[in-house]
Design a protein around this ligand. Structure first.
Ligand code: PMP
Ligand code: GLN
Length: 378
């Protein structure tokens, strides 16, 4: 049997969560909240189930939810999006990413990604016969050099994938970054896949820059979002994708045979819940408190904290503690110090050791406090 993904193993998130469970550690590895979703939202789901909304949703998603998303785009970014032709509800961000990649990538096409990169991008490109061209970004700023990107563009380049705010670096792109990207692909047959699943989680007064606000990008872009991040419901696997109508039509051709449609009662519940648009606005301050609690705690340890501008992650540098590689050190910490984190090397192709680990702080106050207690023993 000839594997399509010979290099791909079980994801680092599954690995670290399993190790954490085995050793009874505090699991700050895989990115998911350990606190409950809003009971009001859960009641809405069960209400719709009892009302009989339990059969297939329309293939592109229920209109009420697509309209809610269009209203949000107008409210937050001052842009009009057509819910009929430009928005599709998906089974999480992951399925949106995979299907979008399949929509534009053919065998031999090149896809530029920035590393550290979210783990699904590379295998998804490779399944469709594409070739990943990675650009390595360096700690601590992980700044993109757009001249380097320009140098790597070839006549085979079909897609550039960006992730803003970024998992795992917790950096956010600036207006200058997006303007540079816009200039770079003007008059080129290159699409952009913008993974914005953490769009509502940015810190210190920052304002998220969506690619939708840049006309030269919007016409060529897929924008991916996830309700798992917004509503603390990563297990619901519900998200959406925005793309211009021609791209959306092609996306849906694949989507309909990939999943056909996504969970019906949850779509109705989320549409109702998000009628209150301020719900998008509370998330940053909610997570900023958690970030700050963790940073304060980590100051009493030997870890060096890198800035977190967005997402619910932050990176720590352990070079003053150990010179082990990141995976070994993460495993050691889980077993011996009962705190699980993710090695940043897992987000790079090829070897890499910057002595960095990623911590997820979407956790209860007491979870973060107990992790800090363990880490202080180091
Ligand atoms: N992109 C990034 C950057 C993510 O961090 C995640 C989830 N951790 C996803 C996509 C996938 O989203 P979902 O869980 O909705 O599939
Ligand atoms: N996105 C989550 C993270 O970065 C994990 C999602 C998954 O396990 N596939 O930790």
């Amino acid at each position: 049997f000839s594997s399509k993904l010979p290099q791909t193993a079980v994801s680092i998130f599954s690995q670290m969560t399993a190790l954490s469970n085995t050793y009874g550690a505090v699991n700050l590895s895989q990115g998911f909240p350990d606190f409950p979703a809003d009971p009001e939202l859960i009641n809405l789901v069960t209400e719709y189930m009892h009302q009989g909304f339990n059969q297939y949703a329309p293939m592109p998603g229920i209109m009420a939810l697509r309209q809610t998303i269009a209203d949000k785009q107008e409210y937050l970014y001052r842009v009009q999006v057509n819910p009929e032709t430009e928005i599709t509800i998906t089974s999480g961000g992951t399925q949106a990413l995979f299907t979008a990649i399949g929509t534009v990538v053919s065998p031999g096409d090149e896809v530029i990604i920035f590393e550290p990169a979210y783990d699904s991008y590379k295998p998804s490109v490779e399944v469709f016969g594409g070739k990943v061209i990675p650009i390595r970004l360096q700690a601590p700023a992980f700044k993109i050099d757009w001249n380097e990107v320009e140098d790597l563009i070839s006549d085979k380049t079909r897609l550039i994938i960006i992730n803003n705010p970024n998992n795992p670096t917790a950096t956010v792109l600036t207006q200058e970054d997006l303007a540079a990207l816009e200039r770079l692909i003007a008059d080129q047959n290159i699409y952009v896949l913008s993974d914005e699943v953490y769009e509502h989680i940015v810190y210190d007064g920052r304002v998220h820059q969506s690619i939708i606000q840049y006309p030269g990008l919007r016409d060529k872009a897929f924008i991916v979002a996830s309700f798992g991040k917004l509503l603390h419901t990563t297990g619901w696997k519900l998200g959406y994708i925005i793309a211009p109508s021609l791209l959306t039509a092609e996306f849906r051709k694949i989507h309909q045979f990939n999943v056909f449609s996504s969970n019906t009662p949850m779509q109705y519940a989320v549409a109702r819940y998000l009628e209150q648009q301020e719900r998008y606005l509370n998330l940053s301050s909610f997570f900023e408190k958690k970030r700050d609690q963790l940073i304060t705690g980590l100051k009493e340890t030997r870890f060096n904290v890198l800035p977190s501008q967005g997402t619910y992650f932050l990176l720590v540098d352990y070079s003053s503690i150990s010179d082990q590689n990141e995976l070994s050190f993460a495993q050691y910490l889980t077993k011996e110090y009962k705190v699980a984190m993710v090695p940043v090397s897992a987000f790079y192709s090829g070897t890499c050791n910057q002595h960095l680990l990623r911590i997820c702080f979407a956790k209860k106050e007491e979870t973060l406090a107990s992790a800090v207690q363990y880490l202080k023993k180091l």
